[in-house]
Design a protein around this ligand. Sequence first.
Ligand code: PMT
Length: 421
Amino acid sequence: MASERISILDGKRILLGVTGSIACYKSADLASKLVQAGASVNVILTDAAQQFITPLTFQAVTGHVTYTSMWHTDSSGGLPTHIAHVGLSENADMLVIAPATAQHIAKLANGFADDLICLTALNCRCPILVAPAMDGNMYDHPATVENIRKLQERGIIVIEPDEGRFASGLVGRGRLPEVPTLIGHIRHHMGREWGGLRDRHVLVTAGGTREAIDPVRYVTNRSSGKQGYAVAQAALDAGATVTLISTPTGLPVPINATAIIVESAQEMLDAVLEHSNAADALIMAAAVADYRPLNVADQKIKKTDDVLTLDLTRTPDILQTVGQQRKQTGQPYVLVGFAAETQDLLKNAKSKLRRKNVDYIIANDVTRDGAGFQADTNIVTIVGADGNTLSLPQQTKSAVAEVIIQRIAARLQTIPHRQRK
Ligand code: PMT
């Protein structure tokens, strides 16, 4: 995921502080992935970090000089001033300290200014993310707990470390999270700063529902969940609070989304109704079964007859139910459905748009190569309730998701402030 450009990181200036921990090896990959995502990355290494990794490593992956001394006075690195800690902080959209040792967390919590990372952090007015890395006993120590609390009270974002095996051989909580997790936090907090959905709650559904036949079998469809998860990630990148209601897909839940895992259309309906009145937008990317077995066998059905007939009955239409309800409640303000069609794409999409009372239908002709189920790309036409349509060329599901999220953000802009939660 991180080897492609990420819009919310593209062109952003990230200052990466690296302190002395064996987890420094992950920081080189983090710097590299941020650069690949489109960010410009400046790195500060402490003396202790240089015991584990060299300035040249970061210089090679970022294309910028690596800063190692608070006495550095050279503006040739493109900083706005030759005083390093001022130039670096003025130049940054975000300061990320990863790994952050117990020592550096203590120094930051107490306002120390005796190395370039601490000095720069004091001068920073941009968001600061701190990713602790240390052995479990150190992380749990009351002194560290207190220092982390102090940082959080000042608005510094502290990323919870992972649990697992340390270099010491012991097991506990204190491991620096893997790079995709760190990037997930960075992009979400960038979105919180600059995204178009900063104070919004977005509900997304994804995956194909499973309708039980008996305790071991179910009826489902070909949805992988990729499009819905991409929508959830795009909403996070725009700074939204995201609840993702999904069937089991095997896809990683986007960092900072709250995932609710459901199986059937009925379970999805219940979960959607529980959250939709508090949501600013609902995007139904899930492929919800239209029919389910009328009777679910208590025991595994035995292979007796040559032909087995299943009676099917209609499932609830989730989107239509929410579309009807919001005529009374007014929420969600924006309602988006998808239409998976194999014929008469626009005619069917427009009919669903009216019937389900939604603002946009994202119509995909699922018979086309590179579109619809399971593919990494999609080809969609956005049909608006205002009669406007926008046909998009084949592009990644992430890119499609971004366009949808931009539409939603623009629409929410038009909602008068008094109506907002
Ligand atoms: O998951 P992927 O592999 O990435 O594939 C993406 C996708 C093809 C599943 C996705 O892009 C898509 O088209 N999702 C909607 C599939 C679908 O159920 O389409 P539909 O035309 O049957 O339904 C129209 C809308 O009503 C959809 O928003 C659907 O979520 C909703 N619906 C449908 C039936 C039902 N009982 N309740 C619903 O809410």
